[in-house]
Design a protein around this ligand. Structure first.
Ligand code: NAI
Length: 330
């Protein structure tokens, strides 16, 4: 199959290299948009990533160019218009639930780094400053952790938090019965906000969860609580988070995602101006720890994504060939 592989990151070519004997892959570093969709001409499938624009105009253009399949390299489908995909008769292939440990463990890494001031401590030592004043941390043992979304990643995160000796509260529109047996208590979102010392977001971004954590939600949280977001940037209202941090209502924010990350994340701006004032405030705030959407980035997750997606594309291609053969025999 001829695959146009948008938003290619350098390390991805290594992960997908073993599959080049089965598929013709064109690596394109540009992000997919209605304008760049033209690059998919001559390909049957498009492989897209988290910050590609898979809105109706893009999908319509791809369909006109002869693309029939969209393979997603991410779990979240918030950047894809699924209704348009169906209307256009296109096929979606993706890998729900790939290595949930990769994202759950990154959430824990962010949480630990935030509560124990690891980035600042390391910077001091690099600079030859071995003082430890101002680095007072907090034990996680005995704390109440609120988890929003107890799917693949949320459940992996819950297990780790239970291992730390935390009490876990959860909120999900579809509670998981098995988690109840492990001591997790499901509550309303309001209760979860009121009772949690730490909150971590693991639900998808959709119209119901857009700005789920806004000024009203932040006001309900325990003063000084911590918020972790490895889900999607628009799950939180960044402006409201910054205000809550400045007032002390929120004790710290650690995130791997940002609501307007598309223009910046995964690119090097170290020698270029960053003109998004909200991003500049966020990345330089003393109580914020921000990474550039890398929670999925483990060897195990990359292997599962590349193997799973390429196998699905081969399966799809074989099915199409079988259908064509059957039709020609009739
Ligand atoms: P999943 O589908 O297994 O779990 C999502 C859970 O959220 C489900 O239990 C669902 O019932 C729940 N949910 C849906 N709507 C909700 C609502 N309105 N309120 C509360 N809960 C709700 O998905 P998975 O694999 O656990 O991934 C979760 C999210 O993590 C993805 O949608 C994606 O946005 C994000 N993600 C981030 C990555 C990163 O690199 N930063 C990598 C992979 C995923």
């Amino acid at each position: 199959m001829r695959i146009a592989f948008f938003s290619t990151l350098p390390f991805e070519q290594t992960s997908f290299e073993p599959y080049r004997s089965h598929h013709h892959i064109t690596y394109i570093t540009e992000t997919l948009t209605p304008e760049t969709a033209q690059r998919a001409e001559g390909h049957t499938a498009v492989c897209a990533f988290v910050n590609d624009d898979l809105s109706r105009p893009t999908l319509t253009r791809l369909k006109e160019l002869g693309v029939g399949v969209i393979g997603m390299r991410g779990t979240g489908l918030d950047n894809l218009d699924q209704l348009a995909l169906r209307d256009l008769g296109m096929t979606l292939l993706h890998i729900p639930g790939y290595s949930p440990s990769s994202v759950a463990e990154m959430s824990v890494a962010l949480l630990m780094s935030l509560v124990r001031h690891v980035p600042e401590a390391s910077q001091r030592v690099r600079a030859g400053n071995f003082t430890i004043d101002g680095l007072m941390g907090t034990d996680l043992h005995g704390k109440t952790v609120g988890v929003v979304g107890t799917g693949h990643i949320g459940r992996a995160f819950v297990r780790i938090m239970q291992g730390f000796g935390c009490h876990v509260l959860a909120y999900d529109i579809r509670p998981n019965r098995k988690l109840l047996d492990t001591g997790v208590r499901y509550t309303s979102l309001t209760e979860l906000l009121r009772q949690s010392d730490i909150m971590s977001l693991h639900c998808p971004l959709n119209p119901l969860t857009d700005y789920l954590i806004n000024a009203q939600a932040l006001a309900l949280m325990k003063p000084g609580a911590l918020l972790i977001n490895t889900g999607r940037g628009r799950l939180v209202d960044t402006r409201a988070v910054l205000n809550a941090l400045d007032s002390g209502q929120l004790g710290g924010y650690a995130a791997d995602v940002y609501e307007r990350e598309r223009a910046y994340f995964h690119y090097d701006f170290s020698d270029s101006p960053i003109t998004d004032p909200l991003l500049n405030q966020l990345r330089t705030h003393p109580n914020v720890l921000l990474t550039a959407h890398q929670s999925f980035l483990t060897k195990e997750a990359m292997q599962q994504i590349s193997r799973g997606l390429m196998n699905q594309l081969s399966f799809y291609e074989n099915q199409q060939t079988a259908l064509v053969t059957k039709a020609s025999m009739c």
